[in-house]
Design a binder for this molecule. Structure first.
Ligand SMILES: [Ca+2]
Length: 494
């Protein structure tokens, strides 16, 4: 009797007061690709070559982190860490990135942000660049000797072995996403095609010879390979915004949602739409950054128009530092990484110190900043904290107490570890930073310097020397031993 009375009452209340029915906040995680700390105006007050008014506005309405880091200097491992809360050096791919025909990286049994939120009643979606592998189907006639298992995790399947008439498995659906609209990998890696719910929107029956292959890695650069006949490189970012908007518009008021939006830009190819061409003073890269900024603005406008702003957490960040070499800095007088040393991939700060902004009008104070040392691995534990669940025992330390200003740092987080593009491990604790190798470990030359004497690594004090100009290895041997031991201890955790 009781149940039959209460149920219609609750139903009636939820119709009248939808906010009562939905107390769990929605979560949108916007991940720019290779966007630098200094590309965002509010992070780079001296910069006047690129303007990002929409991202700045988001920061003004929430909390801006000044010492936030990706777990890696490159795409795939960084995304693995965001999704799983685990350092990528523990994964099957400790070094390097996947390509468009690579297999799924995330272990099927592993909890992800998406699978956790789904278990908590969330509708989960991903729209954007996946780059965590898919298990493409093997074509008839090749099943015998050629199976996906023959391919190592770093090796791609050969496209001639793939049956594009079958939907690939693995991917977003296998790790907790109810909905997906993705590019398999980076926008400069074939196959150039979209998959909606893991079904090819248009099969990659066409071919591109690639673009700017000789000048390489800048401008509208992409590699040769298979392509859907109607694929348009300049239309990718706008399509991701359209599909994200569609996802938002079809959400039901009584069910919270999680939408992960990994942008394809401003990673190469730098393909700004015509209306953004010439809009910045930093060439086609700057123009593309400004399109990324406008895209954030479009998404926020959609949230507003749907009345979702108040109870939606919006996180905006980048998967690693910018692809912006020293000669570009000189040519355009634009510091994509701000004052930090180096670039994408590096052990130096520019490799992994990234913009990180959280807007949540209900809980996060506007115009606030945090100097806490935080990692993108924090997402899983933060979601668990927000929903009052116990946190997983892995490399994820939640930032909910920082967001609500209950704490200024994360006491249970002993240190942070980052991986460089060539696999150096870097550990950071307080003002100290230890790099277990010489050279940048990433994209800046020299990358990998052989030790010629007893100096085998780099010790920096970021408080006294934020530009990492002096290796303190010889000056503080005890600190070197301490940081080495710290890194070893973190590595040994299972
Ligand atoms: Ca990237």
């Amino acid at each position: 009797m009781k149940t039959s009375f209460i149920f219609p009452l609750l139903l009636g209340m939820s119709l009248v007061f939808p906010s009562l029915a939905q107390k769990k906040p929605n979560i949108i995680y916007i991940l720019a690709d290779d966007l630098g700390y200094g590309d965002i105006s509010i992070y780079n007050p001296k910069g006047d070559k690129v303007a990002t008014p929409h991202i700045d506005q988001l920061a003004k309405e929430g909390m801006r982190f000044l010492d936030a880091h990706s777990a890696s200097g490159v795409c795939t491992p960084s995304r693995y860490a965001i999704m799983t809360g685990q350092y990528p050096f523990r994964s099957k791919l400790p070094v390097g990135v996947l390509r468009g025909y690579s297999r799924s990286l995330i272990e099927k049994e592993r909890m992800t942000v998406a699978s956790f939120l789904k278990s908590q009643g969330y509708q989960t979606g991903v729209v954007g660049k996946w780059h965590l592998g898919l298990d493409w189907a093997v074509k008839a006639g090749f099943e015998g000797n050629i199976t996906q298992v023959n391919y190592g995790i770093k090796e791609e399947m050969k496209p001639e072995h793939i049956d594009f008439d079958q939907d690939p498995t693995g991917g977003p659906a296998a790790v907790g996403f109810d909905y997906s609209y993705i590019l398999p990998a980076s926008l400069d890696m074939p196959p150039y095609c979209y998959l909606e719910n893991q079904h090819l929107v248009e099969k990659p029956t066409g071919y591109t010879d690639g673009n700017k292959l000789t000048t390489g890695y800048t401008g509208p650069f992409w590699r040769e390979g298979k392509m859907a006949p109607s694929f348009d490189f300049y239309g990718v970012m706008p399509r991701f915004i359209d599909k994200s908007n569609e996802f938002l518009a079809r959400q039901k008021p009584n069910k919270p949602f999680f939408l992960y939006i990994p942008f394809s830009g401003p990673h190469t190819p730098w393909v700004p739409q015509n209306k953004f061409k010439g809009s910045s003073k930093a060439g086609e890269y700057g123009d593309f950054v400004q399109q990324v900024d406008a895209s954030v603005g479009q998404l926020m406008k959609t949230l507003d128009s749907l009345g979702l702003k108040e109870n939606t957490i919006v996180i905006f960040t980048s998967d690693n530092g910018p692809y912006w070499r020293e000669n570009f800095v000189k040519e355009f007088q634009h510091q994509a990484a701000g004052e930090w040393r180096g670039m994408k991939g590096d052990a130096f700060e520019a490799g992994h110190r990234i913009p990180f902004i959280v807007r949540w009008p209900k809980k996060v104070k506007a115009k606030s900043t945090s100097h806490a040392l935080v990692s993108q691995t924090s997402l899983l534990a933060t979601c668990q904290q927000i929903l009052g669940q116990s946190t997983s025992k892995n490399d994820s330390y939640g930032i909910y107490p920082l967001l609500t200003q209950k704490s200024k740092d994360i006491p249970e987080q002993e240190a942070l570890v980052f991986t460089t593009s060539i696999g150096y491990l870097v550990v950071r604790q307080g003002e100290w930073k230890w790099v277990e190798g010489l050279g940048s470990g990433g994209f800046t030359d020299p990358r990998n310097v052989k030790a010629t004497n007893h100096i085998t690594g780099q010790l920096f004090n970021l408080k006294l020397d934020p530009k990492e100009s002096e290796n303190l290895f010889e000056k503080y041997p005890e600190k070197v031993s301490e940081m080495r031991a710290l890194l070893q201890r973190i590595k040994n955790v299972e």
